[in-house]
Design a protein. Structure first.
Length: 278
């Protein structure tokens, strides 16, 4: 098999992979939390091959959620959730709800993680508190703090119908703080802060399921998250409609050229074999 034929076949196969990725992106334009996939090509004497696949980390637009429990993270980072086994899984799909037992859960069933707060709204690091200034400065510098997280729970006491037995209602603020509201809303008590994480190389996170990621060696260890949290909203797909249309046109042209090269080389090869056999 000659070099030009090999080149054409490799390019044809890689282009088909590219078109499949583009089609997947287009199909999920309106899927909340979807991360656009991008193909990285590597060219060499044997043609172009799809060398790697990345997830576009840019933010999607917000859209009204299905309940006030839904969260939208404005800025970089991911919400931290935990599996039943306690494994950390990261997502930007804030389609969270409180289940029948008052546990705050992601759409896939993972538990949403939060920091426990004291009455002043300070994050508790064991028996000590972490000042808001220290947390924010560390987060802005791309650092981390060894702060334990917990499953967020807002169970309803069957004896009086109140959240945690004390609160008439709850509210989620822009910094991710969940407040219990009592005395008809006159008194609010900070309970949890929704945990967010960031990474030096978020594009290198490994996607275990659509919209859910785990850390890798290339992504680096999780850092403190930054950004504001909006309740009652969801993040839409970050797939670029116009951009993917443009990529599709490019891929279509590349496929046409590859198909023509494959066809031409096949005809030449068949003719050469015919001449040899005659």
């Amino acid at each position: 098999m000659n070099d030009s034929y090999t080149t054409a076949l490799n390019t044809q196969k890689s282009t088909q992979n590219w078109m499949d990725v583009i089609a997947h992106n287009m199909t999920n334009i309106y899927t909340p939390g979807f991360r656009e996939q991008q193909v990285n090509f590597k060219t060499f004497l044997g043609g172009a091959i799809a060398d790697d696949y990345d997830k576009k980390t840019g933010q999607g637009k917000s859209t009204p959620g299905t309940s006030n429990d839904n969260l939208f993270l404005e800025g970089k980072g991911f919400f931290l959730t935990k599996t039943v086994e306690g494994k950390s899984v990261y997502t930007r799909l804030g389609e969270f709800t409180f289940d029948g037992e008052g546990v705050y859960r992601a759409k896939n069933g993972n538990t949403v993680q939060g920091y426990i707060l004291n009455d002043k709204g300070e994050i508790m690091q064991g028996t000590k508190s972490v000042s808001q200034d220290l947390y924010e400065q560390t987060a802005l510098k791309g650092g981390s703090l060894d702060i334990p997280t917990t499953n967020i729970k807002m169970w309803i006491d069957p004896a009086n119908g109140k959240y945690l037995g004390k609160y008439d209602d709850y509210e989620i603020k822009e910094d991710g703080t969940i407040y219990g509201k009592a005395d008809g809303g006159k008194r609010t008590v900070p309970l949890y802060r929704v945990t967010t994480r960031n990474f030096h190389n978020a594009a290198a996170l490994y996607e275990i399921k659509e919209g859910y990621f785990i850390e890798t060696e290339a992504s680096g260890k999780p850092l403190l998250g930054v950004g504001q949290i909006r309740s009652g909203l969801l993040e839409m797909s970050n797939a670029d409609f116009k951009g993917n249309i443009s990529y599709f046109q490019m891929a279509k042209l590349q496929m046409e050229i590859s198909n023509k090269l494959v066809s031409t080389n096949k005809e030449l090869l068949e003719e050469a074999l015919r001449l040899v056999g005659s």
